[in-house]
Design a protein around this ligand. Structure first.
Ligand code: HEM
Ligand code: CU
Length: 549
């Protein structure tokens, strides 16, 4: 078997003794990490904090699944149950899903992939992390002080008038963390425009970079709308200024419009980076150029644009005009088209490729299947008549978990396994990598498939008690969650283990073509001693590979 070998990386050889070899060796003190402006170190800071929030959010989910083991309320109080799913949603959406792939892998990889030494604004990048941490501290305060009971959607008038708890503080936490998103998006946009290496034209960029570009545009345009809506919410709650409360002359539906005007685009903030990751994994581990590169690239942009026009599909039964609903329904079907383009192109890339069924590809294939399932059930929900039946049920919960957990979390883990050797210079155990990928895939399906059934049978979401005949599905779902939990904990163990005992990783363990694989693992502090001049197209796998198929 011939292994594709990109040009050897020679530039660092003669200067190696003069400066630290890798970005990790550039300093071991806490200060050297907390005051770093190196995009790679900031990526690691994010990885550590985001992992913490992931497991905090998981605790909320564990409480919900434990409570739902029995039809009656026995473990938590009614309010406690509400607080558990609100904590879960707020933490997972804003402190894990939205920042995860961009701030960890976008940060680490974009400069390397485009042939730059850092992001355009390195200090702003560090500031973004501090803002993220500040938002996190606000959330921690809310948690300790007694929590919020409104759900992550903070619907009015519940959030402004009726629900006890620290809603204003929670809004503040989300407001603050939003600025971290905006600044990261801005940084990426400027970087991709201005810091591409000579010869790195737009159509030579890895798809990962395209998808982060599209994500950044949404981050910058949509997040301020949420910020503004949160200010209004806080003003009404704290000062009684009438915006949403009819008694004060407001309109509660206004909140839903503002919230979903941000939050539907936000679901694409969560999924577009994953799509970028999956594209990279699929080409790398099938050793083939991405099928239909231009289509995949433009599909990201199309999703980003159309994604702004469909928010009303969350309000079909909220009393909005039937004509508006019909337009929103049509546009929701339209947004599925570019997603389908991506799925077809991934499949075509895999087709007759030299599949290397390692953990990252297992995650990518899991992603494709689960994303298709989540997307298709999205179309069911986007159909006006069907949504009347399914709205507000566990069916919706299953829909978005298939995409956000089966999809985005799997993509995050796929990326983690693909680029771990690059980031840390160590190889992990392939055996355990595959085991956990499989556990996660099956655990996920056992957890969430029953929720489609329950929802269709009429089980409302966010209820702590249910009729006894639903119990077997609920227990199955909780059992799946245990499997899923084990699947998520395993990588924590074997990846940390690999840091100390794993074999050293070569520069390009997978024989991939991106620029990031042409520097040593882990990369030197300034990435490239000499900025590369790019003369080849992206995913330049030898044609022989494609013909062999
Ligand atoms: C294929 C395109 C998609 C379509 C047509 C679609 C459609 C829908 C519809 C109609 C609803 C509202 C259901 C209801 O409450 O009655 C919904 C809810 C939701 N979708 Fe999707 N969806 C799609 C993709 C996605 C993606 C990519 C994500 C996430 C990355 C996502 C995340 C969500 C979330 C979080 C909710 C529910 C929010 C809540 O009420 O708490 N969807 N989807
Ligand atoms: Cu939506």
């Amino acid at each position: 078997m011939t292994v594709y070998a990109p040009p050897a990386d020679t530039p660092n050889a003669d200067t190696a003794s003069a400066r630290p070899r890798t970005y990790i060796e550039a300093g071991y003190t806490l200060r050297s990490w907390l005051l770093t402006t190196d995009h790679k170190r900031i990526a690691i800071l994010y990885m550590v904090s985001i992992t913490g929030f992931f497991f905090l959010g998981a605790l909320g989910a564990a409480a919900v699944r434990l409570e739902l083991l029995t039809p009656k309320l026995d473990l938590l109080s009614a309010d406690g149950y509400n607080r558990a799913f609100t904590l879960h949603g707020v933490v997972m959406v804003w402190f894990f899903l939205i920042p995860s792939i961009p701030t960890v892998f976008g940060n680490f990889l974009i400069p390397l992939m485009i042939g730059a030494r850092d992001l355009a604004f390195p200090r702003l990048n560090l500031l973004s992390w501090y803002i993220y941490v500040l938002g996190g501290l606000f959330t921690a305060y809310v948690l300790v002080a007694g929590g919020v009971e409104t759900g992550w959607t903070l619907y009015t008038p519940l959030s402004t008038k009726y629900a006890p708890g620290h809603t204003v503080m929670a809004a503040a936490a989300i407001f603050v963390v939003g600025f971290s998103s905006i600044l990261t998006g801005l940084n990426f946009i400027v970087t991709i425009h201005t810091l591409r290496a000579p010869g790195m034209t737009w159509f030579r960029l890895p798809i990962f970079v395209w998808s982060h570009y599209a994500t950044s545009v949404i981050l910058v345009l949509a997040t301020p709308v949420l910020a503004m809506a949160l200010i209004l919410l806080a003003l009404e709650r704290a000062l009684g200024i009438g915006v949403f409360d009819p008694d004060l002359g407001g309109d509660p539906l206004l909140w839903q419009h503002l919230f979903w005007f941000y939050s539907h685009p936000a679901v694409y903030i969560m999924i577009l980076p994953s799509m970028g990751v999956v594209t990279e994994l699929v080409t790398t581990f099938s050793r083939k150029r991405v099928f239909g590169y231009e289509f995949v690239a433009f599909a990201s942009i199309a999703i980003a644009i159309i994604g702004f026009l469909v928010w009303g599909h969350h309000m079909f039964v909220a009393g909005q005009s039937m004509y508006a609903s019909m337009v929103f329904s049509f546009l929701s079907f339209l947004v599925a088209a570019p997603s389908a383009v991506k799925v077809y192109n991934w499949t075509a890339t895999l087709y007759k490729g030299q599949l290397d069924l390692r953990a990252p590809l297992l995650y990518a294939m899991g992603f494709i299947g689960l994303f298709v399932f989540g997307g298709l059930t999205g179309l069911i929900l986007a159909s006006l008549a069907l949504d009347v039946h399914a709205h507000g049920t566990a069916f919706v919960v299953a829909h978005f978990h298939y995409i956000m957990v089966g999809g985005a979390v799997s993509a995050y883990l796929g990326a983690l396994h693909c680029w771990w050797p690059k980031m840390t210079g160590r190889l992990y155990s392939e055996f355990w990598g595959r085991i956990s990928a499989l556990l996660i895939f099956f655990g996920f399906n056992i957890t969430f498939f029953p929720q489609y059934i329950l929802g269709w049978l009429g089980m409302p979401r966010r209820y702590h008690s249910y009729p006894p005949e639903f119990q077997s599905w609920e227990v199955l779902s909780s059992a799946g969650a245990v499997m899923l939990g084990v699947g998520y904990l395993l990588p924590l163990v074997y990846l940390l283990w690999s840091l100390f005992y794993g074999p050293r990783a070569p520069a390009n363990p997978w024989g991939a073509t991106g620029l990031e694989w042409r520097v040593p693992s882990p990369p030197p502090k300034h990435n490239f001693d000499e900025i590369p001049v790019v003369t080849w197209k992206a995913y330049d796998y030898p044609p022989a590979r494609e013909e062999q198929g």
